[in-house]
Structure formats: C-alpha cells, structure tokens
Design a protein around this ligand. Structure first.
Ligand code: URA
Length: 241
C-alpha cells in the first residue's frame, strides 16, 4: 500500500481543522484574520487545495501534514455512520482520540446494525475499499424472523432482483448457522442490501452484525463501542481490482 497521504490533496479548511484540532468556525475566523499563510502568502479562501508539499503556517508556526489513521470499531446499535442523520450520534464520536473528528467510515452500517466499521481520514483508501470494481467481500451474521428456506443459498448464489431495481445482485454466499441464523457474504454495497435480499425472499432481517470486510476481521477483543487502530498488514490488505 502506498503511504496513504502521499500525493493526496485536501481543502485548506479541512487541513487546518485536522492538523490543529480547531473547529470549522475557528478556522474561518483565523483565515479572515490573515493568520494563515500558504507557501509564504496570507490566504483566506477555505476551499484552496493543499497537499503534503504545501507549506502552511498558522500564527507563524508551520503545521505538519496530518498522519493517516485507520481504525476498526465494534459499532453498537443506535449510532450512524454518516453525519446526514442528526437524530443519532455518529460512530466517530466513539473514538476517544484528538484526531477522531477527521475520520469518516469506509462503507456504512445501518443505525440498527452492529459490528465491524472501518474509519479513516484517508479518502483514497476508503474509496479503494468501497469501489464496486474491487468486489470486496463483506460478511454478516444475520438473524431473521422466519425459518430460512432450503433454497435460499441457491437463490442468493444465483442473484436476486431487489425491489425497484433492474439489475440482479451479484452472487452471494449464504451459510446456515441455525434455522433462523445465517452467515451471508456479499460483494456489493447496495442500499440496505442484506435486508432487501431477505425481503425479496419473503423473510425479514431482525439482527445484522458485520464480522468481516475483505481480509479484515472484527477483533473479538473489542466489546460493542470499543475500537483499535488497524495494524499495517490490515491496512495493506485491500483486495486487488
Ligand atoms: N445490509 C443491510 O441491509 N444493512 C447494513 O447495515 C449492511 C448491509
């Protein structure tokens, strides 16, 4: 894996809030007060693109390019992976580190789903992980309302037409754990995909717990709400295109 921030760009305001732990409004005020320079000149435009090669100062002090961070979290129910839903706390609020505000999740889980969520500030890495071309396998332990039909593994393997869509799902694997529990692996990330696959087969998902993304398995030592940084091998384990 290429060092994650090498050659990448980000907006100046994002860089400032990441590297100095300032809020967006504090950053705005500092920019307007000419306290920020880019390559020796005062700058005010928060949308300017900066890179690792840029020399950025705040109040005369040079700011370092923020380190890339990669985290696995055991998501509890009741947390959301995006900031779009103000009704629930976001998963990054569970990461008690000064750099947590800059993290976004690489692939989402629904608010009521639990288990493995990967968080990073490395946009290229999360993009690669979630790119449909990589067919990165996601594995879930799924509890359902009705007994699992005998032909379901075959139907998942054949592909299903989901409500409102005209392209069948790519082959998925279903392994029966007991009559109402299965381990399901999918290689796509469509909206509510696992729930909709069971709904298409007249069943209903009641619990959904993600165990694995690609080669990265949820660490069994992590209790719900706990996190740890990824190891180098995990960071470098992205599937090839
Ligand atoms: N599929 C779903 O339906 N929900 C999730 O949270 C993840 C996959």
């Amino acid at each position: 894996m290429i060092p994650a921030t090498h050659g990448s760009h980000m907006r100046l305001d994002r860089f400032l809030s990441h590297s100095s732990c300032l809020s967006r409004s504090q950053v705005k005020r500092l920019l307007h007060a000419d306290r920020v320079t880019l390559d020796g000149r005062p700058v005010r435009d928060p949308a300017l693109a900066v890179s690792e090669q840029s020399l950025i100062t705040l109040n005369g002090a040079t700011l370092p390019w923020p380190r890339s961070r990669y985290v696995m979290l055991n998501k509890p129910a009741g947390y959301v992976c995006s900031t779009d839903d103000p009704g629930y706390p976001v998963v990054s609020s569970l990461v008690d580190a000064p750099w947590a505000a800059g993290l976004h999740s690489a692939g989402r889980l629904d608010v009521d789903s639990t288990g493995l969520v990967l968080l990073t500030n490395d946009g290229a890495w999360s993009h690669a992980l979630t790119s449909p071309r990589r067919h990165c396998l996601k594995t879930y332990r799924v509890g359902v309302k009705h007994p699992i039909a005998a032909d379901l593994a075959q139907r998942f393997a054949d592909g299903l037409l989901l409500h409102g869509e005209n392209r069948p799902t790519l082959p998925a694997q279903l392994e029966l754990i007991d009559s109402r529990t299965a381990r399901v692996s999918i290689q796509e990330g469509r909206y509510h995909q696992v729930k909709r696959m069971f709904a298409a087969c007249s069943n209903r998902v009641e619990t959904l717990h993600r165990e694995r993304i690609g080669a990265i398995t949820l660490d069994p030592a992590l209790q719900p709400g706990q996190w740890r940084e990824l190891q180098a091998l995990e960071i470098g384990s992205l599937p090839h295109e």
